[in-house]
Structures are given as C-alpha cells and as structure tokens.
Design a protein around this ligand. Structure first.
Ligand code: GLU
Length: 313
C-alpha cells in the first residue's frame, strides 16, 4: 500500500500543476540553441519518486527533453570519482558567481583564473575535460553509461539534433573553452572537450528519469530501489552543496528561501530537485524566467514545498 504522504500528493498534484501552468505565459523558451526553441512553451510536468519506488506524476511528465545544465551535476560526480577531490578543485572553484552561466568576466578578473564553480559553463567544460577515457568517444560513452545507471534506464541517449544545433552555434562556449586552454586550466584538445560537453548536455530524459537520478542523490549515493552504491557519499555531499548554492543560476538564493531543497535547472526547462532521504523529483516546463529557470516549474516547486512543508531550512 502506498504511504499516506504520496497518496495525498497524488491527489493534489494535478491541481498544483493546473494552477502553475498559467505562469508559463510570462516566460520564454530558450532559443540561443535553435533546436530548443521547438519545445511547447506551456508544457508542465512533474514526477516524484520515493524510496519505496512509489511515483506521483502529473501534467506532461512523459515529455522528452535534454538535460542541459542538469547534466553538470552528474559529470562533476563522475570527474570526482575519476580524479578525486584535490585534483578537481585545483581546476574549479567552490563559489557562486552572481554572473550569467556563460560569463567569462571573472576568469580574467579574479586570480587564479579558474572557473568559480562546476555548475557554470566554464566550470562544467573544465569538468568535461577531466573525465577519464582513452578517446573522446570512450569518455562520452562512460558519461552516458553512468547516467543510464543512475536513471535505471538503459535507453537514455543523446539527441543528435540538439547536439548539432549547439555544436554549430555554441560560439560563447567555444570562446570560454579556448580561454581556459590559454590559461592552462583546460588540457587536451578543445574541440574534443566541447564535443563531450555538448553531448552530455544533449542527453534526453523525461521527468521519471530525473526523479530516479535525484533519488540516488537524496539517498547519499545508494539507489534505494536496487541497493546498489552508485556514488560515494562524500561526492553526493559536494554535489548537493553546489546544487544549493549555485544550482538555480542567479536565483539560487531566492530558490533556497522559497523552496529550500537542493536543485539544478537547465535551459531546456528541466529541474531536478530532491528531498533528502525521501524523494527524487523531476520537473519540466520549457518557458524560462529572466534568471533562466523554468517559470512554471519553479512556481510548482514553491507550491509543493509550501504545501508539504519540505524546506530543509
Ligand atoms: N548546453 C547549454 C550551454 O552550454 C547548457 C546551459 C544550461 O542549461 O544552463 O549553453
């Protein structure tokens, strides 16, 4: 029998989604990666998954979308597993920036010229360069394999249209990567690193995939549904801390106050959030607010957190 809390959430969820959808109309679907602009602006979906494997879903939860920046949380974890903490944090810092996710400003202004954190583009591109593998293909394959394990879904794959679209138009990311190479932060072939980065941003998921991936983080690295340890606890702690301090772009402080859960969003309108020890949550709502987070998705998470009293703080 399903637990009382998830039963209650199941009953309310369609109403909360319905009340959140109108907020999408004041947001905008990202178009700087042209392929992303095809997403329906007023879609909104959510899936929650608890440690007993019980789901609650509503809205367009089966819609496919690319992970974009949400993938950065998990490539960070894989880079930590490959290299250890000391090596990773010799190349990437631990602080929020207050700048846009694709800004290069502080790379030049603040010594020692390493990216401020692994969730901004400069940091995530650096992290991509740290993934182990004997070739670019093997590195991308290892990332995909890791994501499949976390999502418990062997069918995850890269959306090659979105990947190509970003490969063709990712001029800013390309300049960041070459700047990092010039500064001696990024090693290896820049175009190969960018290929790895664009590919993991283009991995396709739905809300249930995100919920399962975040449930592993919620359970300190162990998948509660299989009992398998997928991530060492310490690296989950690091990932959750970055999600809390910089996961929602320059609205991370406001999100911590209004929702109070570790989360990471992406320009496709996806949001991954978790309730420690209890729930993994996947949300999608492609219309973004002026900070780059899903407009209706954030409203929905605020509603949930308030109604179920989930803030960690
Ligand atoms: N692939 C996107 C980029 O690098 C990810 C950005 C995001 O979701 O914040 O621009």
């Amino acid at each position: 029998m399903a637990s009382v809390e998830i039963e209650d959430i199941r009953k309310q969820l369609p109403n909360w989604v319905k009340a959140s959808v109108p907020y999408a109309s004041s947001g905008k679907v990202a178009s700087y990666i042209p392929e992303l602009s095809k997403a329906p602006y007023d879609a909104l979906g959510i899936t929650l998954l608890n440690t007993n494997g019980e789901f609650a879903s509503a809205g367009s939860c089966e819609m496919n979308f690319t992970m974009q920046s949400i993938s950065k949380v998990f490539t960070l974890v894989l880079a930590l597993m490959d290299n250890g903490e000391e090596e990773v944090f010799s190349k990437v810092g631990m602080e929020p920036t207050g700048d846009n996710f694709n800004s290069m400003l502080k790379l030049e202004l603040v010594r020692p010229g390493i990216p401020f954190n692994p969730l901004i583009n400069a940091g995530a591109i650096t992290v991509s360069s740290l993934i182990h593998g004997s070739s670019q293909e093997e590195k991308s394959e290892r990332i995909l394999h890791f994501f499949k394990e976390l999502a418990g879904n062997d069918n995850l794959k890269c959306d090659t249209d979105v990947f190509r679209s970003e490969l063709d138009t990712g001029h800013l990311n390309r300049s960041i990567a070459y700047f990092l190479k010039g500064n001696g932060v990024l090693s290896g072939n820049v175009e190969e690193v960018l290929d790895i980065y664009f590919r993991h941003c283009s991995i396709v998921v739905n809300c249930a995939d995100l919920a399962r991936m975040s449930l592993v983080l919620a359970c300190d690295g162990t998948d509660p549904l299989t009992g398998k340890v997928l991530i060492p606890r310490r690296f989950v702690q690091i990932a959750k801390t970055f999600m809390t301090t910089c996961g929602m772009y320059n609205a991370s402080g406001e999100f911590a106050i209004q929702v109070g859960l570790p989360a990471k969003s992406g320009v496709s309108g996806g949001v991954l959030a978790l309730v420690p020890g209890r729930y993994g949550i996947g949300v999608v709502g492609p219309a973004l607010n002026d900070k780059g987070n899903s407009q209706a998705g954030v409203y929905l998470l605020e509603t949930l957190s308030r109604e179920v009293n989930w803030s960690m703080f």
